[in-house]
Design a protein around this ligand. Structure first.
Ligand code: FE2
Length: 319
């Protein structure tokens, strides 16, 4: 009788929330890990294929043309979970970026500082095949198919690096505040502002279409999608552009840094950047605001900045 026995790290399953390899890495305290490719189960591979098949026509219809070029450049295999090293072979010559596998949540400063070094912390587990649409936690489809194609674009990749530089500026700025309570309050507020800005651009941003005839953002023809949360959700990508229930406004820094958001449902409010250069200029402005202290007391509310995030800024090496 042939009985396959799967135990411990040998078990073939890299489904979000039930991946023995990931649990063991976390238990050891390993944040950066390898991608144990043989651990993807047949079901994991099938989930990738179904997600990719479902997204491709929506990308063609709603995604920014540079995203579609990125998908081409990376030669993502529609039928199998990609190997990070293969993706990096295509990606690095284009923008210097690399995907690095992680075991889970990356505290805020470490995350932004990875971007500064052109390294993208990448989740390697994949969602449960019974829940294909948007889920709050990232998975490899969100990270590799939703984020990484945009990293092939030079200007967009420079925007991510600028985010990392802003985080470093924020850590330096806070280190100069002598009162510990005031310092904590300032970090918490600045991290909240950065997380909001990142959310409404890199994760859920819209952009004026290169073929737009005007700035009328009620007209879907003038819009396209650049945010990875939208680019990895079969339902929300279409909803973001077509639904009359979504409010779409030109990107405004003063609004975005004060706007709370919730992660467990489709976004009711989205912002439209003019161009990648516009986005870059706004991240520049974000850094000026850090230096001027304008982000030290932003509006309260989501997202919550947890202890690990605060600690990561307090312990940041900014030399
Ligand atoms: Fe993301």
């Amino acid at each position: 009788m042939n009985v396959a026995r799967e135990t411990g790290s040998e078990a073939r399953d890299l489904t979000t929330g039930r991946a023995p390899f990931i649990e063991e890495a976390r238990d050891r305290g390993d944040l950066f890990i390898d991608q144990p490719y043989e651990s993807y189960s047949t079901e994991n591979q099938s989930t990738w294929r179904r997600l990719y098949e479902g997204m491709l026509p929506k990308w063609k219809r709603f995604a920014h043309p540079h995203f579609l070029e990125g998908v081409e450049c990376l030669s993502l295999d529609p039928s199998r979970v990609p190997r990070l090293e293969d993706v990096n072979d295509f990606l690095s010559p284009l923008s210097g970026f690399k995907s690095k596998a992680v075991s889970g949540y990356v505290p805020a400063y470490l995350f932004f500082d990875s971007l500064r070094r052109r390294e993208f912390p990448t989740t390697i587990t994949i969602r449960d095949g019974r829940q294909l649409d948007y889920l709050p936690e990232p998975d490899i489809f969100h990270d590799l198919a939703g984020h990484v194609p945009m990293h092939t674009d030079r200007t967009f990749s420079n925007v991510l690096v600028r985010f990392g530089e802003v985080a470093r500026t924020a850590a330096r700025q806070s280190a100069s505040i002598s009162d510990p309570q005031q310092r904590l309050r300032s970090i918490e507020s600045v991290v909240k502002a950065m997380a909001r800005f990142f959310w409404f651009t890199v994760e859920f941003g819209l952009m004026k279409s290169p073929n737009a005839s005007s700035n009328d953002y009620d007209n879907p023809d003038n819009l396209c999608v650049i945010g990875s949360g939208l680019l990895s959700s079969q339902g929300e990508i279409e909803h973001s552009i077509l639904s009359p229930d979504v409010q779409r406004y030109p990107l405004q820094l003063e609004w975005v840094v004060n706007q709370y958001f919730e992660i467990d449902h489709y976004q009711p409010l989205l912002f439209v950047a003019e161009s990648f250069d516009h986005l870059y200029d706004e991240v520049d402005r974000l850094e000026r605001w850090v230096l001027e202290g304008r982000l030290n007391n932003v509006s309260p509310g989501e997202p919550l900045v947890n202890e690990q995030d605060l600690q990561s800024f307090l312990e940041a090496e900014t030399a």
